[in-house]
Write a protein that binds this ligand. Structure first.
Ligand code: URA
Length: 433
């Protein structure tokens, strides 16, 4: 088989078989096929797509390119959840504990943030001592004992995706639905859970700009999951504005703690309860979403969810006193309000622009190996549909040092304020299965 013939085949809109896809993935991982040939193929895929069968075959070839995590030593149904990424998305910090408090087994491998989107691991590391590295046996023991562990992906998990994603990033081939679907699903399948819930986001702060594209991506991933015998479902949620109010690592952990006391922002609470009910039904722990929702709300308001978070933090070496008393989190040096220059209703709140500012403040990475400052970020005071009076704060900035006028301007431009009343956006559009 020759790679050049396979590029030609896809250029002419042909369909690959299993052997051809295996040849490409093996050849690329083993460095027999060079980047430039794979780049050409990726671009041909962007233009001509992959069939559902090709996408499933590609996902499986990628899944088996490295280690597969065997979670069979964990008793019960192992549930996993994945978000396609957004701004202020601290769902896992709330969802993991409440699902575990209702009997779910959450053995989760998460990622770091890159660009304007945050990552669960960076958020957890703002708790001093929290260790995201665990040997497999320890990881399994922790989930068996407390029902919850969140760790980093090992280097040997889906090496094909690591190489392909890095190449896609520099060849303008990230935004291609079959490539995104196979990238996400290969990692989820290799992580070994029995059920998968995908939170597919759309809007200005997400990978998918439109609801329609988000649904196509969700359906593509659900099909892959079905093909591999896993119960896979998806929430389609709006990321035109940040989720909750906090953006930035320790600020988001603090917001997650408030939410686990029943005092969090309503949009975050609602997403966690809805996604969590689907996960508990997938795990067959509850017969329907309504009864699961009730149980989750109870543990969110009676402290059982917060107790689970504390148990996980303790088991992973973190200082639990930070969860018990949020005042222990180190404060940013500078805290200032961005005030409104107009009176009216918030019509637009650009999630991506806010994510970029949080990153520039030092809360995110522009390159993979950069250090981040866990203290910095933004806390929103006003969101879409809210009324604001001139002079009132729109948000608070948490910074290392003086905030430039340029950055303040950039932030102010993230808001559009109009005279007419604006409806609050619907957060969860649909749940697909
Ligand atoms: N997240 C992934 O893991 N892969 C993609 O291709 C896009 C988002």
């Amino acid at each position: 088989m020759r790679m050049v013939d396979l590029i030609e085949l896809k250029k002419n809109n042909g369909e690959f078989n299993k052997e051809q896809i295996q040849f490409i993935i093996d050849g690329y991982v083993n460095e027999k096929i060079p980047d430039y040939q794979v780049s050409a193929l990726l671009m041909a895929i962007c233009f001509n797509g992959l069939t559902a069968k090709e996408t499933a075959l590609l996902t499986q070839a990628m899944e088996y390119s490295g280690d597969i995590i065997d979670l069979s030593m964990i008793e019960g149904v192992k549930v996993d959840k994945h978000s396609t990424g957004g701004v202020g998305d601290k769902t896992s910090l709330v969802l993991g504990p409440i699902v575990a408090a209702c009997g779910g087994k959450v053995a989760k491998m998460s990622g770091r943030g890159l660009g304007h989107t945050g990552g669960t691991l960076d958020k957890l590391e703002s708790i001093p001592g929290f260790n995201i590295y665990k040997e497999k046996d320890e990881f399994i023991k922790q989930v068996n004992e407390i029902g919850l562990a969140i760790i980093g992906q090992t280097a040997s998990l889906v090496p094909a995706d690591k190489k392909l994603y890095a190449l896609r990033d520099v060849t303008a081939t990230v935004s291609c639905i079959p490539l995104i679907a196979s990238s996400i699903m290969s990692k989820k399948l290799a992580s070994g859970a029995d059920t998968i819930l995908l939170d597919v986001k759309y809007g200005k702060g997400a990978f998918m700009q439109t609801k329609e594209d988000a649904k196509v991506l969700a359906k593509t991933m659900i099909e892959i999951g079905k093909h591999c015998g896993k119960d896979t479902r998806a929430t389609i949620s709006n990321m035109n504005q940040p989720l909750g109010n906090a953006i930035g690592n320790s600020l988001e952990v603090i917001e997650a703690i408030h939410t686990l006391k029943g005092k969090g922002p309503k949009d975050l609470e609602e997403l966690c309860l809805k996604a969590g009910s689907t996960m508990l039904v997938q795990a067959k722990l509850y017969e329907n979403e309504d009864s699961a929702y009730k149980a989750l709300k109870e543990v969110m308001y009676n402290g059982q969810g917060l107790k689970k978070l504390k148990e996980m933090v303790k088991a992973q070496g973190g200082n639990v006193s930070y969860i018990e008393n949020i005042d222990n989190f180190e404060k940013a040096n500078v805290m200032i309000d961005l005030t409104s220059k107009q009176t009216g209703y918030i019509k637009t709140l650009e999630a991506k622009a806010l994510g970029v500012v949080a990153m520039k403040l030092g809360g995110g990475r522009m390159t993979k190996d950069e250090d981040i400052d866990h203290r910095v970020g933004l806390v929103l005071n006003k969101k879409i549909g809210d009324y604001v009076v001139s002079g009132e704060p729109l948000l608070k900035i948490y910074a290392r040092d003086k905030v430039s006028d340029e950055l303040l301007e950039e932030l102010y431009h993230a808001y559009e304020i109009v005279d007419e009343k604006v409806d609050r956006p619907v957060l969860i559009e649909e749940i697909l299965k």
